[in-house]
Design a binder for this molecule. Sequence first.
Ligand code: ADP
Length: 351
Amino acid sequence: MRVRGRKRKRKLSPLLSGIHKSTKVLPDATVVLNSKGEMEWGNIVARGMLGLERKRDRGRMIDELITNQAFQNYYSAGDFSHPLNITSPVNDDIRLEIRIVPYGKVKYLLQARDITRLRQLETVRRDFVANVSHEMRTPLTVIHGYLETMGESEGEDLAPWQNIITQMRQQTGRLQRIVEDLLLLSRLESPGQEDGLQAPVDVPMLLEFVRDEALSLSKGEHSITTDIDETIKLQGSASELESIFSNLVFNAVRYTPAGGRIRLRWWSSKRGPCFLVKDTGIGIEAEHIPRLAERFYRVDVGRSRKSGGTGLGLAIVKHALTRHGSQLKIESEPGKGSSFRCCFPPSRLSK
Ligand code: ADP
């Protein structure tokens, strides 16, 4: 038995040291935690990225070792279904994506990946879009302004051109709406723009206003009813909440043929205050629903353009909702209608 044992050991030890060596040089920081959350082992990268020393820190709780506030909230909440992004505790220039995965019976693997470059690329993309939109804004305003003056002119010389001028005005108007929506989106996406999300907002009043606008957009072709709890107000950004509600309600008008019904609801549910807009419009095929909030994703490009859409409305809604701790839930049946719902966390209720 001893001979066999020795043989087995001889066979296994190179395997074990091989595994050890490869985990040591993994490009991601890898840390093994026991069931209590104490560090058992960490590779070399964990030192550079997280400041963890295998020998020194063994047996210490991970939330004492990584003192970043966002990490501590994430760890104590215990929901590891999504990764967490934080700045490295040892180097402010490094951005990390942290994942915690349970394995074996009661162990956890904490992995940290360097996503600095990815973040930089995202910033470059965002800045580029914001800069292009900004640069286009002034020339477009000038062209649109002149076209408007020409359209209103009663002179004989321009009479044969009126049709063309009207079309040009419509197109520059469309471009202006796209530019404004792109600028709004890049503002919503920029990090560190959390100020202004805590003002008291009179949502019932806002919804009355959105309903009036929807009525004028509908030109009396739809029945628009409301069921609004006048007592529920929110903490948030009034302009972003207005964007959310108006985009959803105007879409309901634009994608519901004349004679259809639209219902707005604002009520207090178990999950918190909720908003719902339900229409009896054209509906959406199930395969499109997960992609609707992507920029410029439209089920029917022609229809969206004809009704004045930029293809950015739901992307704006999604971002603004995320900033308010909420998500969009879409249910729809082609030919029957759609409902768009969002619920806000009870902590956002305003007295
Ligand atoms: P758009 O400016 O094209 O309306 P949105 O981002 O607001 O852009 O919406 C994306 C797409 O989602 C629309 O083009 C349309 O196909 C679909 N959609 C949005 N709201 C509705 C609705 N209430 N009923 C049916 N389709 C809708």
